[in-house]
Design a protein around this ligand. Structure first.
Ligand SMILES: Cc1cc2nc3c(=O)[nH]c(=O)nc-3n(C[C@H](O)[C@H](O)[C@H](O)COP(=O)(O)OP(=O)(O)OC[C@H]3O[C@@H](n4cnc5c(N)ncnc54)[C@H](O)[C@@H]3O)c2cc1C
Length: 388
């Protein structure tokens, strides 16, 4: 048996022993996700048991170094773990912007103290993070952000406003882009700061959406004092950290294109509902072919990324393709459901609220940077235009 074969059989046995049966079913909605945090909410004992077991083994972040709470697995071992989890339908034990966004940026740009402190807390699910990038005057043109950060000698002083801050009202800490030098060219006066959402002067106001939920907020900073050591990277070089983090965010969002990871075709999921309508059946068949192509592309891109051979346009290509695919999936499911699918509180046969999910997908091609912006980035890198 090769080392990887033994790793696979040990992993399979460990998962069999430690993943509770309740955690082997797809999540029905967002309330099934475990977000951790200072005051974690667990929907069931099984959910807590699963999160604790995975965190104790470092498998909430299997490929991070053991020194920072990770599992220390190689890319090949990490892939095996993901395959074995998928084989038994095991849920992701911990949803976390810390894992999918901040962690990779800290691994590259954080100092040793920041890595030891924050990465281990992220791995154990002890801090829930939110992302303070967008502002009322800075979305696609993010580098126009104006949140002011002044050097007060022994601390930073932050004043300004963020918008669309997902789960800001539930988060413990924020990773935030601030302007430390208003006189510098706009990309050069930005810094990357971490601070506690319980700091005096931080307040949030939830925004209500058409889906009926309020997943994000306006976030206000009014004379917020931040310890000096919580700035990541160099003063004025936050744009590099911001862009690196966005690449990871875009890859995370692109996962929506996989449709929950089970690999079931949409045609199979919609079943009888397609029998009466050959045109819809043809559209669904076309979609299923695109979904297979996307899955293959994702696998290849992730392998290239782990091998350090990723093309700079890759995260934008995956984000664009994955989110457009996810929107198409829900459009087709709604079309197949007919007028009955419009019923606001109806359950689909697979579970979940069809029209709410459908409306939520409209945001996929906006969050993390719009589709138009991704196409611009792809064009810039492929055509080698200035600024690529
Ligand atoms: C569900 C969701 C969650 C989010 N969560 C967060 C979060 O946690 N933290 C955070 O900081 N932000 C968050 N955002 C904000 C998100 O990053 C911005 O909405 C996004 O970057 C677009 O910015 P904007 O809304 O200001 O739109 P605008 O930038 O005003 O764009 C408006 C339209 O103009 C188009 N456009 C703009 N510039 C160009 C261009 N150069 N070329 C072609 N077309 C262009 C856009 O594509 C878009 O269609 C979230 C957004 C959503 C929808």
């Amino acid at each position: 048996m090769s080392d990887l074969d033994s790793f696979r059989s040990e992993t399979r046995a460990w998962l069999e022993a430690h993943c509770p049966p309740e955690m082997r079913a797809p999540m029905k909605d967002e309330s099934d996700a475990c977000w951790g945090g200072r005051n974690p909410v667990f929907k069931s004992d099984a959910q807590k048991q699963w999160m604790d077991a995975m965190a104790a083994r470092g498998w909430t972040v299997p490929d991070w170094p053991k020194d920072y709470g990770g599992g220390g697995l190689s890319p090949a071992e990490t892939k095996i773990l993901r395959q074995e989890m998928a084989a038994i339908g095991a849920r992701n034990p911990l949803m976390s912007f810390g894992i999918s966004m901040l962690g990779p940026a800290l691994l590259k740009y954080g100092n040793e103290g920041q890595k030891k402190r924050f990465l281990t807390q992220i791995a154990r699910g002890e801090i829930r993070w939110c992302q303070g990038y967008s502002e009322p005057g800075a979305g696609s043109d993010l580098a126009s952000l104006q949140t002011k950060c002044e050097d007060k000698g022994d601390h930073w002083l932050v004043n300004g406003q963020k918008v669309w801050t997902s789960y800001a009202d539930k988060a413990d800490w924020i990773f935030c882009l601030v302007r430390t030098d208003p006189a510098a060219p706009k990309h050069k006066g930005i810094s990357f700061l971490l601070f506690d959402m319980a700091s005096p002067g931080v307040s949030t106001k939830p925004i209500l959406l058409i889906s009926g939920n309020s997943p994000f907020c306006e976030t206000f900073f009014d004379d917020v004092a931040v310890p000096k050591e919580q700035l990541v990277g160099e003063v004025g070089k936050g744009w590099d950290v911001a862009k690196y983090l966005l690449g990871h965010e875009r890859e995370m969002i692109s996962g929506m294109g996989l449709g929950g990871g089970g690999g079931e075709s949409l045609g199979a999921a919609l079943g009888d509902r397609l029998r009466e309508d050959p045109l819809l059946r043809a559209d669904v068949a076309r979609f299923d072919v695109d979904a297979i192509a996307f899955r293959a592309m994702s696998e290849r891109f992730i392998d290239e990324l782990k091998a350090g051979q990723a093309h700079p346009a890759q995260p934008s290509m995956m984000k664009y393709a994955g989110t457009e695919l996810n929107k198409a999936r829900h459009e087709l499911a709604m079309a197949a459901g007919g007028s009955a699918a419009l019923e606001w509180d109806s359950d689909r046969s697979k579970g979940g609220k069809a029209p709410r999910e459908w409306l939520r997908t409209k945001a996929n091609s906006i969050e993390g940077g719009t589709s138009e912006i991704q196409l611009g980035i792809i064009a810039k890198h492929i055509l080698q235009l200035p600024g690529a």
